[in-house]
Design a protein around this ligand. Sequence first.
Ligand code: GDP
Length: 213
Amino acid sequence: MPPASTPIPGDDPVNPLHSLPIEFVGSFPSPDVRLDPPQPEIALVGRSNVGKSSLLNALVGRRQIARVSGTPGKTTLLNAYRLPGFYLVDLPGYGFARASKRDRQTYRRLLDGYLAQRAELAGVVWLLDIRHDPSEEDWTVQEQLAASGRPVLVALTKSDKLGRQAQQARTERLTALLGLADDQVQATSSRTGSGLSTLGASIFALVQAEKGA
Ligand code: GDP
């Protein structure tokens, strides 16, 4: 198997993030970590097992820059990746099955701290499984994101699990439930690559907006 940083040929070439050079910067326990050099950041946020690692890998066209796990579990670290002109910051997954009240509070504080402290945060990509309405923990995250005023894109994951009509119906329902604009919500599949070019373009636009700000 080629190294994790080698682009996979043939994947969604119009996605602007695909095949960009990408480098793992490190894992950090605290949201106030300084990344060097400072440049815009895009955060990835989602429930454990929603498909966050798979989406990150698929977006940048790498087999395993982020680790895909069969067993959802507790990670409390932020993982930062450097690309030309911006960072992708993968926040820990929330809402894993055995999470205690204290785990939930810890996550809540981490996310609030991250949203408040990152001067370079260009936007958040929030992942939801296209098949399910938001859970209680998803709604908590939704409130935190809304309160932060940060730009948000929603990636609906695992769209390959539904037929085309059901995908459209679920996308419309979730967009309405969350009170978002159509262009903030994108159905995606890491398995087929569907939706990745649109999501990649939206992420790219947020980075450019932050640079122009
Ligand atoms: P994370 O915990 O959010 O990082 O989720 P992972 O990326 O590790 O994926 C969790 C599980 O969902 C794994 O079994 C993946 O193979 C599966 N998965 C992730 N993305 C997709 C997708 O687009 N389609 C399908 N069918 N399965 C997916």
